[in-house]
Design a protein around this ligand. Structure first.
Ligand SMILES: CC(C)(COP(=O)(O)OP(=O)(O)OC[C@H]1O[C@@H](n2cnc3c(N)ncnc32)[C@H](O)[C@@H]1OP(=O)(O)O)[C@@H](O)C(=O)NCCC(=O)NCCS
Length: 145
């Protein structure tokens, strides 16, 4: 639960979400997507849940999923702005996304070992995986034609 005074609204609607409402994400990424590209990522995802600070109207947390629409889903992004972390927002975003993905057989995500206890509390379990990362593509910026 959020502390009293902090009112967070959860939504899957992107209505009214502009790049200006998407500031401060991708903390620590060497080549982060811009807020405008972040909005493209949200629009391109099969499922999205946003946490919005009622006071400012800003997005303070988000989770996305991509799926094959039959049995498999993947959660590429979950992030809560540093100032808002530790208030249950990340857990609520995961719970809401898992409900949206209820019909799928596999729900996969990658995370650092230190975040595994966070996900285990929400019903996921550690597994092994393989990845490729093309850092030159991290910002999502396409070369000009
Ligand atoms: C992981 C993250 C989304 C959690 O959001 P949050 O709103 O702080 O989550 P909650 O308040 O619901 O839960 C916080 C709990 O997770 C734990 N936790 C979160 N990130 C952690 C980390 N990197 N290492 C260890 N514990 C972590 C906290 O210690 C806390 O535990 P507690 O309830 O026992 O104190 C947030 O820390 C974040 O955005 N981190 C940076 C991006 C990231 O790591 N995303 C996940 C990538 S898959």
């Amino acid at each position: 639960m959020e502390p009293s005074g902090m009112q967070i609204n959860y939504t899957s609607s992107l209505d009214g979400v502009t790049p200006e409402r998407l500031q401060g994400f991708f903390v620590g990424w060497p080549n982060p997507p811009s807020p405008a590209t972040h909005l493209e990522i949200l629009r391109g995802s099969d499922e999205v849940v946003l946490a919005i600070d009622e006071r400012s109207g800003d997005v303070v947390g988000f989770i996305t999923a991509t799926t094959d629409r039959v049995i498999s889903a993947f959660i590429p992004h979950l992030e809560v702005l540093p100032k808002f972390q530790g208030n249950g927002i990340g857990s609520e975003l995961v719970r809401r996304m898992l409900r949206k993905l209820e019909r799928f057989y596999s729900i996969d995500l990658m995370c650092d070992p230190d975040v595994q206890p966070f996900y285990e509390r929400l019903g996921l379990r550690p597994y092994s995986g393989m990845v490729m990362r093309r850092f030159e593509n991290q910002s999502g910026q396409r070369p000009q034609a």
